[in-house]
Write a protein of this length. Structure first.
Ligand code: NAD
Length: 505
């Protein structure tokens, strides 16, 4: 319920903050202190309708504006974002908890997509074929869809919406972003930036809320497409519901990313990268590393190297202090921390050896923060739920295996297919891995890489429902629909006359 002492984070509709009248709110915490710092409005039916009406109005203006003018506004947005991104990073750290440099990193990766979008005229060009038959030309146009919905998770409040909205807007659509209710302020900040950049009112809208807001977007006939990122059960629900309602949909789900380490790999490189990818952002990344598959005899040596590195990690308030910035911040909520702890308990009960235990970590001066220390588990059974399910915390698991083939089989038998990596000096093995693995994004001596903006992001299996990945050329295809036009300008002197036969070349 709303609390008189904390501010209520509103919606952004028709180019302005829009206070909620729903009477429903959810608390927003600073996860490093555990304090409730705001309440976020949870939209009702009238507010969903207002956001949709605003986006429809925005679309009418924006989709008719020349590409040159649209491009200038996107360039301006990019320039403002680049100049003011430290403000945005502070908001991300306050509500999400990740360390400031990591918040800056997420903004930089989002900005890449804005930069790609500035080149949109080239990416939404149609094609032209002259004289396909005598005097007949065929060409294609790519037009925007209309109002598009973007529903995002808590773990990247800037980057994930930016996987979609720069491209959607560049292509001439208007958008409604439904941020995670756990860290909603970044989306409002970006709305204000668009306004400053000169985007017409109604083209970028923020609808805060929970399932009711999501269902409102899924059911609104005016919303033409849904781009969703979040957990797998919700992704599947979004995919099925949006498709049933006749919408275009891409729904990215959860992950359980494995790194396969062959015995010839450089174990210092492997240990560095496993620690970076396993514990960065406290493991709350869909491209976090969860499992190291160590082909024996390397496991003992690798575990020692990882342990040494974990001992150097500092956990604390992501905003930092006089002593500098910690390496990782807290988890998003107390409930999520309890869930992560439960998975470590399950791993232990199932015979896993807890090599480093972060369950009881306390951060001095931040006793009420949602911290969880880096945890390392050895010898985990691949039957354990702690192995098969996504944990989404700073928990790295080592599974000892005997061969390359066993590693490929384990990875391919998992439910998810988001990211994976192989560490080896054997080019032939790496090539075989990239060919045989059933995963959407692969690193070779690079841990679980997020592709650059001009390649697309997306996994396989339970990590992506739908057939369009995020951003890159696939992003432009998702946010446009094509028309093919066959045209003939008759020379009155050479009129073809009546012919009821089926037209042929
Ligand atoms: P989540 O599924 O709980 O929430 C995502 C969004 O769905 C939020 O906006 C939320 O308000 C909404 N939502 C939640 N429950 C809903 C319901 N019952 N009906 C309708 N909407 C609902 O996910 P999260 O906890 O915010 O994010 C973490 C998850 O996201 C992890 O599983 C992670 O792997 C995944 N993720 C995946 C990718 C990817 O690219 N594949 C990227 C980032 C995060």
């Amino acid at each position: 319920m709303s609390n008189a002492t904390t501010p209520v984070i509103p919606h952004w509709i028709d180019g302005a903050r829009s206070e909620s009248t729903s009477g429903r709110t959810a608390p927003v915490h600073n996860p490093a202190t555990g304090e409730v710092i705001a309440q976020v409005a949870l939209a009702n039916e009238a507010e969903i309708a207002a956001a949709v009406a605003s986006a429809q109005k925005g679309f009418e203006i924006w989709s008719e504006m020349s590409m040159a003018r649209r491009q200038a506004i996107i360039f301006k947005f990019r320039e403002l974002l680049n100049n003011k991104k430290t403000e945005l990073a502070a908001i991300v750290t306050e509500e999400h908890g990740k360390v400031l440099s990591d918040a800056m990193g997420e903004i930089a990766r989002g900005q890449e997509v804005v930069e790609l979008a500035t080149g949109f005229p080239h990416l939404i060009k149609g094609a032209f074929s002259e004289n396909v038959s005598t005097g007949i030309d065929v060409y294609s146009l790519k037009q925007p869809l209309g109002v598009v919905g973007i529903i995002s998770p808590f773990n990247f409040p800037v980057m994930v919406p930016m996987w979609f909205f720069p491209i959607a807007i560049a292509a001439g659509n208007s958008v409604i972003v439904k941020p995670s209710e756990k860290d909603p302020s970044a989306a409002l900040w970006m709305a204000e930036l668009w306004k400053e950049a000169g985007l017409p009112d109604g083209v970028f809208n923020v609808l805060n809320g929970d399932k009711e807001a999501v269902d409102g977007l899924l059911n609104a006939p005016e919303v033409q497409s849904i781009s969703f990122v979040g957990s797998t059960p919700i992704a599947q629900y979004i995919y099925e519901t949006a498709a049933k309602n006749g919408k275009r949909v891409q729904a990215l789900g959860g992950a359980k990313n494995h790194m396969l380490v062959l015995p010839d790999a450089d174990l210092n490189l492997v240990a560095d990268q496993a620690v970076n990818a396993g514990y960065g952002a406290a493991g709350e990344r869909c491209m976090a590393l969860s499992v190291v598959l160590a082909v024996e005899p390397v496991a003992d040596e690798l575990i020692e190297k990882i342990k040494e590195r974990i001992a150097t990690l500092r956990v604390g308030n992501g905003a930092g202090n006089e002593a500098g910035e910690p390496d990782l911040g807290p988890l998003i909520t107390a409930e999520h921390r309890a869930k992560v702890k439960n998975y470590v308990d399950i791993a232990e009960a199932d015979g896993g050896r807890i090599v480093v235990d972060g369950r009881d970590l306390k951060v001095e001066g931040h006793e009420d923060g949602f911290f969880f220390g880096p945890t390392l588990i050895d010898n985990l059974s691949t039957e354990s739920r702690a192995y098969t399910e996504e944990i989404f915390g700073p928990v790295l698991q080592i599974v000892r295996i005997e061969s390359f083939e066993e590693g490929v089989k384990l990875i391919n038998s998992g439910a998810y297919g988001n990211g994976t990596a192989i560490f080896t000096n054997d080019g032939g093995a790496a090539r075989r891995f990239q060919h045989e693995i059933h995963v959407g994004m692969i690193g070779i001596n690079v841990p679980i890489p997020v592709p650059v903006a001009y390649h697309s992001f997306g996994g396989w299996k339970a990590s992506l429902f739908g057939d369009a990945k995020a951003y890159g050329v696939q992003g432009f295809d998702f946010f446009t629909r094509e028309k093919a036009i066959t045209s003939r300008w008759l020379d009155p002197a050479k009129h073809g006359g009546i012919n009821l036969g089926f037209p042929q070349n």
